[in-house]
Ligand binder design. Structure first.
Ligand code: NDP
Length: 327
């Protein structure tokens, strides 16, 4: 067997955490031969609930699970960690201004970035799930100057998976028939799911659907899926968010298949006019444990407008956290 991988999950007692931890412990995050050491970070009042989840993890007798540590201290949680899944965040509550939301999350992601900087393993990979995910990732990254910036990412894989599923149902094809789909921009209602580079059966997906379906149904359905789930389920999506987090890290570590790519919010190198340093969703491949932005795609006017709108929102969020002194 291989060397164990230490995985830290924040907000471990939350509903995404509950859907995530059992899959990590069963070997689905990295692979079936890699032992796992779990570190659970929670706020003090949720530590007891995390201990309950840990009891259930024990009761699964997962062969790969070597240890579970629970703490309310970020330094302890991230010491030596290889994979950090930042799930816990301050949700937007009724009447809350965006500035308040960003500030509350700054209070969470700044110390977590500092703790990662201080103690994480040299190969640490960070995935931010807690919203506003892209900007929370930017805050954490800004406080971890010794960690290569590209190790900080945010999750748009759930949006990607939602788009795959909507398109597969529309064209009555299987998920595996779809390649090269992209989510661009912010993990928010402005995100842009792009079918102009996606391929179904080797042909461009946008050409196989009506333009009206693409702009009036597909894009809003993908962007507003989170709200639709809350409406139907009476609670926000959790298992699908956890699944996407597993997919994101598994792809990052194990790579994308030849002839395909996926979506992840990664640090921009200035590609496609996205300001350098923003953490924005791009088409990415993964090779040798690294994400790379797919280069050279032609962006038509329809896509340009939508990518720019979402990227502009990220610029505004960045400027707002800058003004608050959070980055
Ligand atoms: P969830 O586990 O349901 O969600 C956690 C975060 O994931 C939220 O910020 C949520 O954002 C975000 N998220 C991203 N994508 C999705 C998606 N597709 N569907 C749903 N959520 C998504 O929240 P809970 O309230 O159940 O649990 C949060 C836990 O985090 C609590 O146990 C709390 O104590 C803990 N916490 C821990 C901290 C720490 O470890 N330092 C700090 C803050 C909280 P959104 O709300 O916008 O949907």
């Amino acid at each position: 067997t291989q060397a164990p991988v230490t995985v830290t999950v924040t907000g471990a007692a939350g509903q995404i955490g509950y859907a995530l931890l059992f899959r990590i412990a069963s070997g689905q995050l990295i692979g079936p031969d890699t032992p796992i050491k779990l570190r659970l970070l929670e706020i003090p009042q949720a530590v007891k609930a995390a201990e309950g989840t840990a009891m259930e993890l024990d009761d699964c007798a997962f062969p790969l699970l070597q240890s579970i540590d629970i703490t309310d201290d970020a330094r302890t949680a991230f010491d030596g960690t290889n994979v950090a899944l930042l799930v816990g965040a301050r949700p937007r509550t009724k009447g809350m201004e965006r500035g308040d939301l960003l500030e509350a999350n700054g209070g969470i992601f700044k110390p977590q970035g500092e703790a990662i900087n201080a103690g994480a393993a040299d190969d640490v990979r960070v995935l931010v799930v807690g919203n506003p995910a892209n900007t929370n990732a930017l805050i954490a990254q800004a406080h971890a100057p010794d960690v290569p910036a590209e190790r900080f990412t945010a999750m748009t894989r759930l949006d990607h998976n939602r788009a795959l599923s909507q398109l597969a149902q529309k064209l009555n094809v299987s998920i595996t028939d779809i390649k090269k789909l992209t989510i661009w921009g912010n993990h928010s209602a402005t995100q842009y799911p792009d079918l102009f580079h996606a391929e179904v059966g080797g042909k461009i997906a946008a050409e196989q659907v009506e333009q009206a379906w693409l702009s009036d149904e597909f894009i809003p359905t993908v962007a507003k899926r989170g709200a639709a789930i809350i409406e139907a389920r009476g609670a926000s999506s959790a298992a699908s968010a956890a699944n996407a987090a597993i997919d994101h890290v598994h792809t990052w570590v194990n790579g994308t298949p030849e002839g395909d790519w996926t979506s992840a919010a990664v640090v921009s190198d200035g590609s496609y006019g996205v300001p350098e340093g923003l953490i924005s969703s791009f088409p990415v491949t993964a090779r040798d444990g690294k994400f790379e932005i797919v280069q050279g795609l032609e962006i038509d006017e329809f896509s340009r407008e939508r990518i720019d709108a979402s990227v502009n929102e990220l610029v505004e969020e960045r400027d707002a956290v800058r003004k608050l002194g959070l980055i």
